[in-house]
Structures are given as structure tokens and as C-alpha cells.
Write a protein that binds this ligand. Sequence first.
Ligand SMILES: NC(=O)c1ccc[n+]([C@@H]2O[C@H](COP(=O)([O-])OP(=O)(O)OC[C@H]3O[C@@H](n4cnc5c(N)ncnc54)[C@H](O)[C@@H]3O)[C@@H](O)[C@H]2O)c1
Length: 247
Amino acid sequence: MKRLENKVLVVTGAQGGMGKETVKRFLEEGAFVVAADLNVDGVVETEALLPVAADLTKEEEVSNVFSSAMRKFERIDGLVNLAGIAQAATPIEGVSLADWEKIIRVNATAPFLTCRAAVPPMKQQGGGVIINVASISMVRPRPGLNAYIASKGAVVSFSQALAIELAEYGIRVNVVNPGPADTSMLGKFSSKEADIESTKETVFKKSVPMGRLIDPLDIANSLVYLCSKEASIVTGAVLNVDGGRGI
Ligand SMILES: NC(=O)c1ccc[n+]([C@@H]2O[C@H](COP(=O)([O-])OP(=O)(O)OC[C@H]3O[C@@H](n4cnc5c(N)ncnc54)[C@H](O)[C@@H]3O)[C@@H](O)[C@H]2O)c1
């Protein structure tokens, strides 16, 4: 028996570094996957995979993701929120209101919209699982990532608020905090003047006690576990998948 056999799981940010690996792992474990991202060009619909293009900061586009999912698969067992944007390290006095609002909108408001859309079918089915992906930087901040870290802190508090609210409905809500991960997002945290490749080596890799960057597969595997029956009593948890960066 595969670990996610016949589960219908919605993955946001499905075209990103962690998203692609997560969709692959979920399909390998027998899930049906709804893969949502700004752009899903080139992703082919199959019996088990439904790509949906959506800007998840927009209510009507979020609504379309969930209605398309229900049309094709007739239920929703899980939601994994991976969509997000980085912030180039910027001293607070240089952060514009527009930048602040954009980061909060994508990283915190979009998860609110997707969770709000996922809960009604889950309540009706008598259970489900939500995993919001925040960041270890909300536990151990780095200078200049002020808006990004605030957005991820909001995601953690919001997830724990939902975990207590939804426990009686059999809906589990958890958080994964990735450490610095080897995706295209990582370079985007560097300050505008910094050399991206050397920052990856000298700042990010060096900051992980276990001595390597986090692989998207490390994150995908943690998401398989949290979506599976093996985690059936785990809710309100914040799982650091970070090689010890948060210690
Ligand atoms: N890479 C890291 O070092 C790292 C560390 C900690 C946390 N994280 C978090 O992990 C998650 C995944 O990161 P990743 O490294 O795979 O990043 P990524 O940039 O590779 O992927 C993010 C995806 O989100 C999508 N996206 C952005 N805005 C969107 C919107 N409005 N609507 C729909 N989709 C949107 C992008 O198109 C992209 O495909 C993010 O939430 C990120 O903040 C990443």
C-alpha cells in the first residue's frame, strides 16, 4: 500500500523547486494531485494530475483552483501551501510599503485564502490535512529579511490558530519550516549588491550545522509524512526541516 493512496492533495507553488519535487513524490505515493502555480504551461494533465494556473492572492482564482479540483476528483483531502516569494535583504528604512504589502499578500494572505477554500469540503468529508510552509528564518532571523520573516511568522500563528479551531472536525494543520534550500529562491534572499553564488556557499550553506543545503526532496519527504496516516495524531506542529539551522 502506498502512503498517500487515493488522497486528493492540492499543492500550491507546484512549479517551484520544492513544489515540483513534492508533486512528484505525492504521485509516487499514489495521490491525485492538483498542482497550482502562477504558470503551469507545459504541465500535462493526466488521470492523477490536474495543473491549474492561478494567482493565489486573488479570491476568484483561488476559488477556481478548488472548484476545478472538486470537478475532477470530487473531494479534497489535503492542502500544501508552498507558494511564496523571497525578499532581497534590505535594511528596514529601505523597505517600501509596496514591497511589504506584496510579501505579506503572497506569503500570508494567499495561505489564508487557500485554507478558507479548503476547509468546507474537508469539514463535509469529516477530515483533512493542511500544511503551510513557513521558514526557519522566523525562528532564527537573518538581518534584512524583515517583511519575509514577518509573513512567515504570521503563517505559523495562523496555522496554530486553525489547528485548534479545526481539531474537532478531524482536520490537522501543521507547519514545515525549511532551512536554506537549494532552489532558485535561495539566491533571491541576497542583498542586491551581493554575489549570489558566493552568498549561497559562505552564508547559507555555512549556517546549516549539518553542513549542506536542504534538498527539495527533504522537504517533499516531510510533506509526505505529514499528509499520511502515519501523522494522524499530529496537529499544530512546527517541523523544522533544516539540518539544525534553528538550534
Ligand atoms: N528556498 C529556501 O531556501 C526556502 C527556505 C525557507 C522557506 N522557503 C519557503 O518554501 C516555499 C517554497 O520555496 P521554493 O524554494 O520552492 O521557491 P520557488 O521560488 O522555487 O517556488 C515558489 C513558487 O511559488 C509560486 N508563486 C509565487 N507567487 C505566487 C502566487 N501569487 N500565486 C501562485 N503561485 C505563486 C512561484 O511561481 C514559484 O513557482 C516558499 O513558501 C518559501 O518561502 C524556502
